[in-house]
Design a protein around this ligand. Structure first.
Ligand SMILES: [Mg+2]
Length: 499
């Protein structure tokens, strides 16, 4: 029986590629202490359940996103684990046999200011011939910084920055963006000694054309991190300025020809042809120069400059107004009476626990994204002798029956004049809920129907959202920092980042 690695969980986002089997086989056969669990985040929109079972794996849990890209899949994965460290692996890598041992070594004794440890990447290239353009591109992974093919982060570091920015739709730049934001908090990332192999994936000849979509993500990086982002992310500029020039020459040639200026059109056309030929040769020269590779390079070298330019322009338009990524909160606390359930004052009867419309669905949507949910409820009827604590607990149990499990339930049984620290608007219950779950109050939202709820949130350092009812005082509605018409609207807003 292996000794476990209680500090760590492994998260693998996957689209169910065949390479997942090779990864799981390697993780089943590897030696060393097993992490607490292996979380597979199935990012396919549909499909039969993944078959992950193999002797030797850590306990496996499979989550489904329904599709949404690797950033969202990784977020769902890390939010669902409770270990100190989260080790991300991509579903197209093969860890070395001693990967578990070295992972434990890499994380052992790291000082608290180290938020992440990167594994080392090996990309096998053919020995008997020169590598193709695609193989050379993949080989670049071996020297890239902070790629999540194999990167372990402290869970607290992920929580502090809201995890991966889900506005990066593909497996490109989302890892650099996260690294820059984590380092922006003053934390460090280091390189460990564990190793993975990243085989070159078989692709069709148009792969280099499709990857031009990443030019839009580069625009997002610049908007988020400023003009110096490439240096900090170790991401060279590449050929985009030349692509722009070649595209401009091509467009000018067409425009001049259409405008009846053949000589000028010819000159522009020659400039385009020269630029395209230079680009094609730069890609052909270091390669194997087979007929297939040369054909692919010629065809794609004509297509890439205008496509790169197009995607870059698309990014300029799409990302013209971007805000800092906050991600989802780690915890949403709900007031009970008047918020989750209709308010029957001093109710002690479970039969009168009647959820508001959409409460179950709203809570389930938060749970499905890995956001924890809880209840913070003033029950001064206990202090007044109108209801017993047992009745309050019976109503809470009924609430969970109707609305699903809560990660924390905080009840204040005191009266208005008892001077306790828990009765809202005091922050006691919000703080206690955050403490219990290890959540920074700054990553917590409180949803309630009166001013005391949002005041308790503010006093604890959390965000408050008011969902007024007809009996909520006007002044409290006016004073609320954030309002929503219904519980459903409040949760929609939280999921959209408005909290
Ligand atoms: Mg209330």
């Amino acid at each position: 029986m292996q000794v476990g690695n209680a500090r760590c969980a492994v998260v693998v986002p996957t689209v169910g590629r065949p390479s997942l089997d090779a990864l799981l086989d390697a993780l089943a056969q590897g030696r060393g202490p097993r992490p607490v669990e292996l979380v597979l985040v199935d990012d396919r929109p549909a499909g039969a359940p993944l078959r992950a079972e193999r002797a030797g794996l850590p306990p496996v849990r499979v989550l489904r996103t329904g599709g949404g890209g690797p950033a969202r899949a990784r977020n769902l994965g890390w939010r669902s684990v409770r270990t100190e460290w989260v080790a991300f692996l991509d579903d197209d890598v093969v860890p070395d046999p001693d990967w578990y041992e070295r992972l434990a070594d890499d994380l052992a004794g790291l000082p608290p200011d180290v938020a992440g440890s990167q594994g080392r990447v090996r990309v096998p290239l053919p020995e008997h011939r020169r590598p193709t353009d695609w193989e050379r591109g993949t080989a670049g992974l071996a020297t890239s910084s902070w790629i999540t093919a194999d990167l372990a982060y402290r869970r607290s570091a992920l929580a502090a920055v809201g995890g991966f920015d889900e506005r990066f739709p593909r497996a490109f730049r989302e890892d650099s963006d996260l690294a820059l934001r984590v380092m922006g908090t003053g934390a460090r990332l280091v390189r460990g000694r564990r190793r993975i192999t990243h085989p070159v994936r078989p692709v069709d000849r148009w792969i280099s054309v499709r990857t031009q979509a990443g030019n839009a993500d580069d625009v997002l990086m610049r908007r988020l991190h400023g003009p110096g982002w490439r240096d900090r992310a170790d991401a060279p500029l590449g050929r985009r300025p030349r692509h722009l020039a070649v595209s401009a020459a091509g467009a000018a040639a067409l425009a001049l020809a259409a405008g009846g200026r053949p000589r000028a059109a010819l000159a522009a056309g020659l400039a385009w042809a020269a630029g395209t030929a230079e680009f094609a040769w730069a890609r052909i020269a270091p390669g194997p120069r087979t007929r297939d590779e040369v054909t692919t390079m010629l065809a794609t070298s004509a297509a890439i400059p205008p496509l790169a330019t197009w995607h870059w322009l698309r990014g300029v338009v799409t990302h013209r107004r971007v805000t800092r990524w906050r991600g989802l909160p780690d915890l949403v606390l709900f007031d009970r009476d008047g918020t989750l359930v209709h308010d029957f004052p001093y109710n002690g009867d479970p039969a009168w626990v009647r959820p508001v419309d959409g409460a179950r669905e709203a809570l389930d949507r938060l749970r499905a994204r890995g956001v924890r949910v809880g209840v913070v409820s003033n029950q001064s009827g206990v202090a007044r002798g109108l209801i017993t604590r047992e009745q309050v607990d019976a109503c809470t149990a009924r609430l969970a029956e109707l609305l699903g499990p809560f990660d924390t339930v905080q009840v204040c049984p005191h009266g208005h004049d008892d001077g306790c620290g828990c009765r809202k608007p005091a922050p006691g219950m919000v703080k206690a809920a955050c403490d219990e779950l290890g959540v920074d109050p700054a990553r917590c939202v409180v949803v309630g129907d009166i001013g005391a709820d949002v005041e308790a949130a503010a006093a604890a350092g959390a965000s408050g959202v008011l969902v007024p009812t007809p009996v909520t005082r006007r002044a409290e509605v006016a004073a609320a920092p954030r309002r929503a018409g219904t519980l459903t609207d409040a949760v929609d807003g939280v999921l959209a980042g408005a909290w």
